[in-house]
Design a protein around this ligand. Structure first.
Ligand SMILES: O=P(O)(O)OC[C@H]1O[C@@H](O)[C@H](O)[C@@H](O)[C@@H]1O
Length: 477
């Protein structure tokens, strides 16, 4: 990239950082990547259509020459995926620029920084190792005051590397300017946990160890590797899903009610939960499981064995299904096991948080029928809320019948990434992961990672399309 790549008109209209207060530049590193076109831009489109942020200048940056016109086509097509239209959307597309540059090259970075308009946000839609290199280069050259950084998961590979990455970032931007993205926190269904829990007198007081026997947080998927060996092989389900997304969900499910939804309150409440969370009985050998799919079919789609998927190194022993039971050592949750699980290539997958209630203290003699434990199920993927209760069904009034009360949550106004980007554009971070949480969530899973690395927990097979290996019964109850 040369200085000539920064368009002259753009320099003239304030790309030097002198634009009006609301003007901001969103610079996406990895503009040609799958994440950008499949998730980031469609989400951004929904955000722009919903809230018309003023003066948003979208710059795509990647290796390889490209033109503004090509980038604008990519952006317009991705915006169309989310059905985004209108003058604000058109204005962002019309104004968008593409710059060929190496995100790890100091010279390129300097010129990119000079080319900003207003407040600058750097979005790293890059492989984690490249993001770290880019941040190292930025730490050497410095960034303009007020620059925001947006980083994707995985954030580090263990507690020590996450802490080191935090130190690196804090060397050139304050923590308040860092967004660690977890797109699960942008799911309307996940956000719905807040409303269901904290706006219902009949629900929240029941969510304590006095009434709840155990909690399941499950996100199984029909998807298999889907050509992502480069990222997934060697990462596996524990790091890909549990360490990040599902521990964030656990924190939302288990946190004490925050007094506001502002970032300080929500993040403090979540961080308290994570600090109190550990593997059940500190025994990963008994309370963690790992599995890997073998050949099979899911919904009519055939899958090879995971080890035969293109790009997989069987020697890495990557798991495609992980399950860990955690304890949350707070007054509210002491003694209640949280079983957290996620797997790929699972038939009829569940994606929900389930609160299993204790049995009624006593059912009066004379009432007959099956008395089931009450369950509250909050859907993560499909967006259903279900409450299982016992009622007097038709016929003999003293005969109990279990029924499920069910309602659906509406889809969110924004795609998940739109919700995440709303936080970025509006500079509000209740939905992003704070530095201490990024380290805590590694601390929580490290005993499991160690046990698995040392071969202390078997890697069980399950056929694609099944519900997972047999015999993973819950040993906590
Ligand atoms: O259902 P969603 O929103 O695609 O989220 C699940 C995905 O989340 C991603 O973060 C994981 O890397 C994937 O492996 C997983 O499939």
């Amino acid at each position: 990239m040369s200085a000539a790549d920064v368009p002259a008109d753009a320099r003239a209209d304030g790309m030097d950082g002198t634009g009006d207060d609301r003007t901001q530049t969103l610079l996406v590193f990895g503009a040609r990547g799958d994440l950008t076109s499949r998730l980031l831009l469609p989400g951004l489109g929904t955000l722009i259509a919903a809230s018309s942020p003023a003066g948003l200048f979208l710059v795509g940056c990647d290796h390889g020459e490209g033109s503004d016109e090509e980038w604008r086509t990519v952006v317009a097509e991705a915006f169309a995926v989310g059905g985004a239209s209108g003058p604000a959307v058109d204005a962002v597309v019309r104004d968008a620029r593409y710059v060929a540059a190496d995100a790890t090259d100091e010279g390129d970075l300097r010129r990119l920084l000079e080319g900003r308009r207003g407040r600058l946000t750097l979005y790293f839609a890059l492989p984690p190792a490249v993001t770290v290199e880019a941040c190292r280069a930025l730490s050497r050259i410095g960034v303009p005051d007020g620059t925001r950084l947006v980083l994707e998961k995985p954030f580090g590979t263990d507690a020590a590397s996450a802490a080191a990455l935090n130190d690196l970032l804090h060397g050139f931007v304050p923590e308040s300017h860092v967004h660690r993205v977890d797109h699960f926190l942008g799911m309307s269904t996940v956000l719905n946990i807040l409303g269901v829990r904290f706006a219902n007198r009949v629900i929240e007081p029941m969510l304590t160890s006095e009434h709840v026997e155990k909690v399941d947080i499950v996100f199984d998927e029909t998807l298999g590797l889907e050509g992502r060996a480069g990222f997934y092989d060697g990462t596996g389900a524990l790091r890909d899903m549990l360490q990040s997304h599902l521990l964030q969900v656990l924190a939302l499910v288990a946190m004490y009610p925050p007094s506001t939804l502002e970032q300080l309150d929500v993040r403090d409440a979540k961080a308290q939960v994570l600090r109190a969370t550990r593997v059940w009985d500190d025994d990963p050998e008994r309370f963690s499981h790992r599995g890997r799919y073998t050949a099979g079919s899911v919904d009519g789609r055939s899958f090879p064995s995971y080890v035969d998927e293109p790009g997989v190194d069987p020697a890495l022993g990557t798991e495609t299904l992980a399950e860990v039971v955690f304890a949350v050592d707070t007054w509210r949750w002491a003694g209640v096991p949280f079983r957290v699980r996620s797997g790929k290539a699972i038939g009829s997958p569940r994606q929900e948080v389930t609160f299993w209630f204790k049995a009624a203290q006593r059912v009066p003699a004379g009432l007959a029928g099956d008395v089931l434990r009450n369950r509250l199920r909050i859907g993560l993927g499909a967006g259903r809320l279900r409450l299982d209760i016992n009622i007097n069904g038709p016929g003999d009034p003293s005969t109990l019948t279990p029924v499920t009360l069910e309602t659906r949550f509406g889809p969110g106004e924004l795609f998940e990434y739109g919700e995440v980007l709303r936080g970025v554009i509006e500079d509000e971070k209740p939905l992003s992961v704070r530095d201490d949480m990024s380290v805590e969530s590694w601390r929580i899973v490290e005993p499991v990672l160690d046990a698995w690395r040392e071969g202390r927990v078997p890697l069980d097979d399950y056929p694609a399309g099944s519900t997972g290996p047999a015999g993973w019964e819950d040993r906590t109850t």
